[in-house]
Design a protein around this ligand. Structure first.
Ligand SMILES: *[C@@H]1O[C@H](CO)[C@@H](O)[C@H](O)[C@H]1NC(C)=O
Ligand SMILES: *[C@@H]1O[C@H](CO)[C@@H](O)[C@H](O)[C@H]1NC(C)=O
Ligand SMILES: *[C@@H]1O[C@H](CO)[C@@H](O)[C@H](O)[C@H]1NC(C)=O
Ligand SMILES: *[C@@H]1O[C@H](CO)[C@@H](O)[C@H](O)[C@H]1NC(C)=O
Ligand SMILES: *[C@@H]1O[C@H](CO)[C@@H](O)[C@H](O)[C@H]1NC(C)=O
Length: 462
């Protein structure tokens, strides 16, 4: 009976199972009788097992699983996916990737089977809660370990002590509140560490010691309010640091002093969550220390969006010659210091929207005549456009919801030339003075370039 059920299942997969160069090997514990329709049929009586065309072996232990009939040793499939199985029932000497779904409890203190060739282990979406050394015993050849979404509350010390080959560790979306001192110390090959979406409110001084190869560290969506620069000091090769969606109220000036290879720094949506009272929130600001991002020659992207920043220091970007993206949206900036972007000669994308800017100095965009592509100054209190906002390189300009009454003659002339900008040019929500010659000129250009429906919106504004 079971035999026919499997045949029916494979038939429903259609020609996927037709024999050919990609025909899977018959699993050791099963038989693979010839089939008139050239289907590859596996009979694993007692075990519901499928070998997918890409050689993945899928087993669901809730379906007809009979452990007595199962020899306890897995066939040669390079990729094995087990669902609803006890963690310690299986072993394979050849499998390289193992997916464990819906493990039957108890889980975290049990040793997984023996998988000496394993390189990738995915245990995500299981209810482990605690992670002990026993659970991962013998798995120390893995290079990729996914423990995300396992409701982890705590990782015992020394769990990772034999994992010197591990390169990627995914611990996101758990309930971790702390990282023990030296927890990751032996992970000398690790380049990626995801800790986002936990409940971390503090880190120990040696939380990241030993991670000399780490390139990506994601600490976003936690409860951090402070971070001591000594914590990041061991991460000499760090390229990507995400501190967004935490509760930071300040940033230490020398936080990135040891991160000379940094390429991406994200610090979005901080402060807000910690402040319930909207009035109190209004009074609080985050101060970015002078020179905070200076001397980071590889820095490409930096974001401080939605983080109650009131002042950007003059030398914030000193030496940032590789910076291409800067996001300062949704802060409390009233002004931008002179020559603020002086060294950012490759800047392509600048978002200053949703601030309280009433005046930006004429030099703001002066070095960016060939690089600037996107400029967003919407939702401020600006009445004049900084020269350079319509450089020929600029393809997107959003100046909605400001206090523009007109544009200068220079700007309108420049605008005539900038053919690329015209399609993504937003001017609504300003008190345009329709009698002014340059405004008239601006509207002529707009009418020429936009479809009639949109253009009439503008005209009716006058
Ligand atoms: C094999 O196919 C299954 C089902 O389509 C898929 O989930 C799995 O990721 C594939 N494995 C590889 C190595 O492509
Ligand atoms: C997961 O396991 C539980 C209990 O063992 C079972 O009731 C449930 O059906 C399983 N879920 C899936 C998707 O197999
Ligand atoms: C952490 O490092 C800082 C700076 O080096 C030091 O002042 C502090 O005492 C250290 N904290 C602990 C718990 O060792
Ligand atoms: C804007 O700034 C310039 C020089 O930076 C200054 O001369 C001018 O008065 C300012 N305008 C307003 C409205 O603050
Ligand atoms: C400019 O910023 C505003 C507010 O952040 C956003 O809604 C808008 O889509 C942006 N404009 C463009 C063209 O990206």
């Amino acid at each position: 009976m079971r035999f026919f059920r499997l045949v029916a299942f494979f038939s429903s997969l259609g020609l996927l199972m037709v024999s050919g160069s990609s025909t899977p090997k018959c699993p050791d514990s099963c038989t693979c009788p010839e089939h008139p329709e050239d289907l590859f049929v596996i009979d694993c009586s007692g075990l519901s097992a499928l070998v997918l065309p890409n050689n993945t072996l899928q087993v669901d232990c809730l379906q007809d699983f009979d452990p007595d009939k199962f020899p306890g040793k897995f066939p040669s499939a390079p990729e094995v996916s087990l669902t609803n199985c006890p963690p310690d029932t299986f072993s394979s000497h050849l499998t390289k990737s193992l997916f464990l779904r819906n493990l039957s409890k108890p889980t975290s203190r049990v040793r997984l089977g023996s998988w000496p060739s394993l390189q990738k282990l995915d245990v995500s979406h299981n209810e482990l809660e605690f992670l002990s050394s026993r659970f991962l015993e013998g798995m120390n050849g893995v290079v990729q370990l996914d423990l995300s979404r396992c409701r982890l509350l705590f990782i015992y010390p020394f769990v990772f002590k034999d994992f010197s080959l591990l390169q990627e560790l995914y611990l996101e979306d758990n309930k971790l509140t702390e990282i023990e001192d030296n927890q990751f110390e032996e992970l000398s090959s690790l380049w990626l560490l995801h800790l986002w979406g936990n409940r971390l409110s503090r880190l120990e001084n040696n939380s990241f010691s030993g991670l000399t190869e780490l390139r990506q560290l994601d600490l976003s969506h936690n409860r951090l309010s402070t971070i001591n620069p000594v914590i990041l000091a061991p991460l000499k090769k760090l390229q990507h640091l995400d501190l967004s969606h935490n509760r930071f109220q300040s940033l230490p000036g020398n936080l990135l002093r040891h991160s000379s290879k940094l390429q991406v720094f994200k610090f979005e949506h901080n402060l807000k969550q910690s402040v319930r009272n909207p009035d109190a929130e209004w009074l609080q600001t985050i101060e970015i220390p002078q020179g905070f991002l200076s001397d980071l020659p590889d820095l490409r992207r930096a974001s401080f969006a939605e983080s109650a920043v009131a002042v950007v220091p003059r030398f914030l970007l000193r030496g940032s010659a590789s910076l291409t993206h800067l996001n300062l949206k949704g802060n409390r900036l009233t002004t931008i210091p002179r020559f603020f972007l002086h060294d950012a000669v490759q800047l392509r994308w600048l978002d200053l929207s949703h601030n309280q800017l009433s005046n930006v100095t004429g030099d703001l965009l002066s070095g960016l005549s060939t690089s600037l592509l996107y400029l967003n100054v919407s939702n401020n209190r600006l009445s004049s456009l900084p020269p350079g906002a319509v450089y020929e390189s600029v393809h997107v300009l959003d100046m909605r919801h400001n206090e523009y009454e007109t544009l200068s003659n220079d700007v309108t002339q420049q605008l005539r030339k900038n053919v690329d900008l015209r399609e993504l040019f937003f001017v609504q929500g300003n008190p345009w003075n329709c009698k002014d010659r340059n405004t008239e000129e601006l509207f002529k250009i707009i009418v020429q370039i936009l479809d009639k429906g949109v253009a009439s919106d503008f005209e009716s504004g006058c």
